[in-house]
Design a protein around this ligand. Structure first.
Ligand code: OVM
Length: 399
C-alpha cells in the first residue's frame, strides 16, 4: 500500500555543515526511515545500505538519463552533451560500457602497473626527506595527474585543464552556487581544450585512448562515440582518484595503529584502500531519476523525481557493518559500495584500486612515521568528497 505521508527533513546535503560532518547527518537521515524527502531541493534521500542497492540495480525504474547530479535532465537542459555511459540507460548503455570494460581490462592493467610503480616511487621519494608537507598538492595530486593522462596517451602540456574540467563535471552534480557560477564562467576555453584532446589525432600511441579508437576502427563505436568515451576518461579519471587516495592517506595518518600495520606489511595496501572506500568514499552520493510512479517501502514516489543515494552512508550503516565508524584495514570489506553497484558501478574501479595499491605500497616502503601536523581541509566541490589540504609530518624509512 502506498501512503500520502512522507517523512521530510530540512537537512541540506550541500551545506558546509553537512559536508564537514556528513556521518552525523547520515545517522540522522537513517533514523528517519528508508526514504526521506529533502525539502530544500525537492528530492528524495536513501541512506541505508539495504535500500540503496535495489535503487542502484533497478535501472528501469531508477534511470541515469535524468543526470548524475541534482539537475533533472528530464526537465532541464544539461550543461554539456550528456555522457554516453553515465547519463544513459539500456539499451544504449551496454555498448559504451562494454567498450570501456574491454579497454580497462586486466591485461591493460598488468601492462600499466610498472609505470605506476615507477611514478609512485618518484613522487614519494621527492617528499620523503622533507619533514613537513602538504600532502594533497605536494604528493597526492601529482600522481593521478601524471599516471592517468599518461595511460590515456595525452601530451604533457596543459594537464591542469583536467583538474578544472573535473571540477566542472563534479560541480555540476550540486546546486548552482556563486562558487559554481564563478567556475563555469571559464567553461568555454576549458571545454574546447578537453574536446580537442579527445580526438583521434590527440592520442599518443600505446594508450587506452588509442584503444578506444581501435574499437571505432573495428566498427564497435562511431568516431563521435569514441571521442565521447575519451571525454568520460578525462571527466571521471583524475579527481576521483586524487580524492580517494587523499582520503585514504588522511585515514591512515589519523589512525597510527592502522598505519603501523600497513608499514609492517605493505601487501595490505589494497585492503587499506578498500576499507577507506567504505569508511570515507570520494563518492558520497549518486542520483537516480524515476521513470514512473513507484511505491518505495510504503511511500509513493512520483514520476521523474530525483533520488539522492548516499553511498557514504551505506558504508557507515550499522545494520550492515560491525563498528561501522572504525577504520580497520583488516576488515572484511566485501560488499562495500563506495564505487557504486549495478550497471553504472564505477567502470574504472580496478584501475583506481591499482593506482592506489601501488601508491600506498610505495609509501609504506619509504615512509616510517606519518602524522597529521595541522588541520586538513575539505575541497569545495559538492560532487566529490576530497581534501584540498592535508598537512603531514613524515620521516623516511631507514633501510
Ligand atoms: C562521464 C562521467 C563524468 C563524471 C562521473 C562519471 C562517476 C562519469 O563523463 O562519463 O562517473
Amino acid at each position: 500500500m502506498s501512503s500520502a505521508t512522507r517523512v521530510t527533513s530540512d537537512l541540506d546535503p550541500f551545506s558546509p555543515e553537512f559536508r564537514a560532518d556528513p556521518y552525523s547527518a547520515y545517522e540522522k537521515l537513517r533514523s528517519l526511515g528508508p526514504i526521506v524527502w529533502l525539502e530544500k531541493y525537492d528530492i528524495w534521500a536513501v541512506s541505508h545500505h539495504e535500500t540503496i542497492i535495489p535503487v542502484l540495480t533497478d535501472w528501469e525504474t531508477y534511470s541515469n538519463a535524468g543526470g548524475g547530479g541534482l539537475a533533472n535532465y528530464f526537465k532541464e537542459k544539461p550543461w554539456r552533451r550528456p555522457s554516453i555511459i553515465l547519463e544513459v540507460d539500456p539499451p544504449e548503455h551496454p555498448k559504451a560500457r562494454a567498450a570501456l570494460t574491454r579497454t580497462l581490462s586486466p591485461k591493460t592493467l598488468r601492462a600499466i602497473r610498472p609505470r605506476f610503480e615507477q611514478d609512485a616511487a618518484m613522487f614519494v621519494d621527492a617528499v620523503a626527506g622533507r619533514g613537513e608537507i602538504d600532502a594533497i598538492p605536494e604528493l597526492v595530486t601529482p600522481y593521478p595527474l601524471k599516471v592517468f593522462p599518461d595511460s590515456v596517451g595525452m601530451e604533457a602540456d596543459g594537464r591542469e585543464n583536467l583538474l578544472t574540467y573535473g571540477s566542472m563535471v563534479f560541480g555540476s552534480f550540486g546546486p548552482v552556487t556563486p562558487w559554481y557560477e564563478e567556475l563555469m564562467s571559464r567553461v568555454g576555453p576549458v571545454q574546447d581544450w578537453i574536446l580537442a584532446h579527445c580526438k583521434r589525432e590527440a592520442m599518443l600511441p600505446g594508450g587506452i585512448g588509442e584503444m578506444i579508437y581501435d574499437a571505432v576502427d573495428a566498427g564497435d563505436l562511431t568516431e563521435e562515440e569514441g571521442g565521447l568515451l575519451v571525454r568520460s576518461f578525462l571527466s571521471a579519471g583524475v579527481d576521483t582518484t586524487i580524492d580517494s587516495i587523499g582520503l585514504c592517506l588522511r585515514a591512515l595518518a589519523e589512525h597510527p595503529d592502522q598505519w603501523a600495520l600497513l608499514r609492517e606489511d605493505p601487501s595490505l595496501a589494497r585492503a587499506a584502500f578498500e576499507e577507506a572506500t567504505r569508511y570515507d568514499s570520494s563518492s558520497q552520493s549518486l542520483f537516480r531519476t524515476t521513470t514512473r510512479e513507484v511505491d518505495f517501502a510504503g511511500t509513493t514516489i512520483g514520476k521523474h523525481e530525483k533520488i539522492m543515494c548516499f553511498l557514504g552512508s551505506a558504508g557507515r550503516d550499522p545494520a550492515r557493518w560491525e563498528n561501522a565508524d572504525t577504520f580497520d584495514i583488516r576488515r572484511r570489506t566485501v560488499g562495500q559500495i563506495g564505487f557504486g553497484v549495478g550497471i553504472h558501478g564505477c567502470v574504472g574501479q580496478m584501475f583506481a584500486r591499482l593506482e592506489a595499491e601501488v601508491f600506498f605500497q610505495a609509501l609504506a616502503a619509504r615512509i616510517e612515521t606519518l602524522e597529521p601536523s595541522g588541520p586538513s581541509q575539505l575541497r569545495l566541490n559538492p560532487g566529490l568528497r576530497g581534501l584540498s589540504s592535508l598537512p603531514l609530518a613524515i620521516t623516511p624509512r631507514k633501510h
